[in-house]
Design a protein around this ligand. Structure first.
Ligand SMILES: [Zn+2]
Length: 155
C-alpha cells in the first residue's frame, strides 16, 4: 500500500496494520494520518446507482484548517469516511458542537458527495446549511467550530 505525503508528495510504502495511525514524512516532516489501511476496510462499495471507490488516478486528502484539531491531515484510502465527535468516527473531532455521527464523505469516480447525517448543528458549505453537497478539489466545509478542506490531487 502506497501513501503520499500531502505536502511534498513523497511516496512511502506502508506495511499494513503496523503503520496505522499518525505518520511523519521523512522529507518535509509533515504529519498525517491514513484512513482505510485496515485489512477489513472495504475499498469498493456497490450501491443501486453507483459504485463508491477511490479513483485510481486520484489521491484524496482532507485537512483540518480551523478548530481544535487544526493542522491534522488525512490521506483517504476508503470510499466512505465518517466525521463526528468521538472515536467511532474515521475523522474524530473533539468539538462539543459536533454530533457523534455528523457527516460523511462518499467518494466515487464520478463525484464526491458530502452528506449531513442529521446533525444537530448542521454542516455548512459557503455559509449555507446543506443536506448534501458535491466536493471538488479545495472545497471547504464547516461543522461546529471546525473547518475541513477536501483535496483531490491527480496522480
Ligand atoms: Zn513530505
Amino acid at each position: 500500500m502506497f501513501v503520499d505525503c500531502p505536502r511534498c508528495q513523497t511516496k512511502y510504502l506502508l506495511e499494513k496494520a503496523d503503520e496505522e495511525g499518525e505518520f511523519q514524512c521523512m522529507k518535509c516532516s509533515e504529519r498525517f494520518m491514513v484512513i482505510g489501511l485496515q485489512d477489513d476496510a472495504p475499498t469498493q462499495i456497490s450501491r443501486k446507482d453507483k459504485t463508491l471507490l477511490i479513483p485510481e488516478n486520484k489521491r484524496i486528502y482532507v485537512e483540518i484548517v480551523k478548530g481544535s484539531e487544526s493542522g491534522k491531515a488525512y490521506q483517504i484510502l476508503k470510499p466512505i469516511v465518517t466525521i463526528g465527535r468521538g472515536s467511532q468516527a474515521d475523522i474524530p473531532l473533539s468539538d462539543a458542537s459536533i454530533s457523534r455521527k455528523h457527516c460523511v464523505i462518499e467518494i466515487s469516480p464520478e463525484r464526491t458527495v458530502l452528506r449531513d447525517l442529521g446533525s444537530t448543528n448542521g454542516t455548512y458549505v459557503s455559509g449555507q446549511r446543506i443536506d448534501f453537497a458535491y466536493l471538488e478539489d479545495r472545497s471547504e466545509f464547516d461543522l461546529g467550530n471546525t473547518r475541513i478542506r477536501f483535496l483531490e490531487i491527480s496522480k
